[in-house]
Design a protein around this ligand. Structure first.
Ligand SMILES: NC(=O)c1ccc[n+]([C@@H]2O[C@H](COP(=O)([O-])OP(=O)(O)OC[C@H]3O[C@@H](n4cnc5c(N)ncnc54)[C@H](O)[C@@H]3O)[C@@H](O)[C@H]2O)c1
Length: 320
């Protein structure tokens, strides 16, 4: 298949790119490279450094599938510049799907977020439940899903609502709960847990990548919205798992983040997807990468710190 992957230089995109290439796909990665580019050259890989908002520069000719991951990818970064976040996350998504349809692309897979559910007491948060997006980030994801689904008669649409991802990537993120707590234990021998009772779903990066491959294989047989998260854990439970591998003190501080929800992923499992990895694997990978020297606790691994460092954030990416 000829695949266009936006955000292919990001945390998930870097692992996904390698996996798609290993499956024999031809890949075009479009990314503005806010956090750099860690992709290895490959004969079937073309990398285009571009802002997805510059829609006329996004190469869509001959593409079979668009995998759209390029977004301002968490709550604090979206709050830093809400206008930019709406432009990138929602407006550019609409422009991309319209160009995809005009270019006869068959399938459009979107990285939404499980955080669209906001605060949910229900033990089984299925795709049918109402959304309570709290932050601008959550809202841009919800609106993007709705925009995309309005085009479902013209192109196969899959919106994936992933849990928080854990594990190692060459473009590492240490602002994600499992990875962050593990790095704190390694470098400070102390873990700070905000609140602790909030339940969050988790998914290992290798399973995350396989979810996208699964939908490529399913094609138009499984359209719609799918949760993707397989381990619902309170933040304190994650901290306790971490200290079972790396002894550290757990310090509890008040939290200003009320999001708490469990994801039920029965719908994707019913399509034949099988989870293979877990939070424990993610913790062990971060430990191994740190101890082997491959991973350092660098500011670039924290999206908000990296974004704040980009001068003139309002003009953070070139936009014609
Ligand atoms: N990591 C998670 O836990 C998680 C959970 C749920 C959903 N998601 C979603 O998955 C996607 C990928 O997340 P990630 O963790 O890899 O994030 P990331 O921040 O590591 O990667 C995002 C990539 O998109 C690129 N990008 C951002 N805006 C762009 C623009 N305007 N034009 C071109 N490229 C642009 C960035 O340069 C970066 O390489 C995002 O849409 C995110 O919201 C991630």
């Amino acid at each position: 298949m000829n695949i266009l992957l936006t955000g292919g230089c990001g945390f998930i995109g870097s692992v996904l790119s390698q996996r798609l290439l290993s499956e024999g796909h031809n890949l075009v990665v479009v990314d503005c490279m806010w956090f750099g580019n860690f992709l290895q050259p490959h004969k079937n890989l073309k990398i285009v450094q571009e802002d997805v908002r510059n829609i006329e520069n996004i190469p869509m000719d001959g593409i079979d599938i668009v995998l759209h991951l390029a977004n301002v990818a968490n709550d604090p970064c979206s709050d830093l510049n809400p206008k930019l976040s709406w432009e990138v996350n929602a407006l550019a998504t609409m422009q991309l799907v319209e160009k995809a349809i005009a270019s006869k692309v068959k399938q459009f897979i979107y990285a939404s977020s499980g955080s669209v559910y906001g605060v949910k007491e229900e033990p089984r948060v299925t795709e049918e439940l109402s959304l309570v997006p709290i932050s601008d980030y959550n809202k841009t994801k919800m609106i993007s899903e709705r925009i995309l689904l309005s085009y479902k008669d013209y192109i196969t649409i899959q919106c994936v609502r992933p849990a928080t991802v854990c594990g190692y990537s060459p473009r590492m993120r240490l602002d994600l709960s499992v990875n962050m707590l593990t790095m704190q234990a390694l470098t400070r021998k102390k873990i700070t847990v905000f609140g602790g009772n909030q339940v969050r779903p988790n998914i290992h990066i290798k399973d995350m990548v396989e979810v996208y491959l699964h939908f490529i294989k399913m094609g138009n047989k499984a359209p719609g919205i799918f949760n993707a998260g397989f381990e619902n854990l309170a933040i304190m439970e994650i901290a306790q798992k971490v200290v079972s591998y790396v002894p550290a003190e757990i310090v509890v501080s008040p939290s200003n983040d009320p999001r708490s929800y469990r994801l039920c992923s029965d719908k994707i499992l019913a399509t034949g997807f099988k989870q293979k990895h877990g939070v424990d694997d993610g913790i062990k990978e971060v430990i191994e990468a740190y101890k082997s020297g491959v991973l350092i606790d660098d500011e670039n691994c924290y999206n908000i710190k990296a974004m704040k460092k980009i001068t003139n954030f309002n003009e953070a990416v070139s936009y014609n």
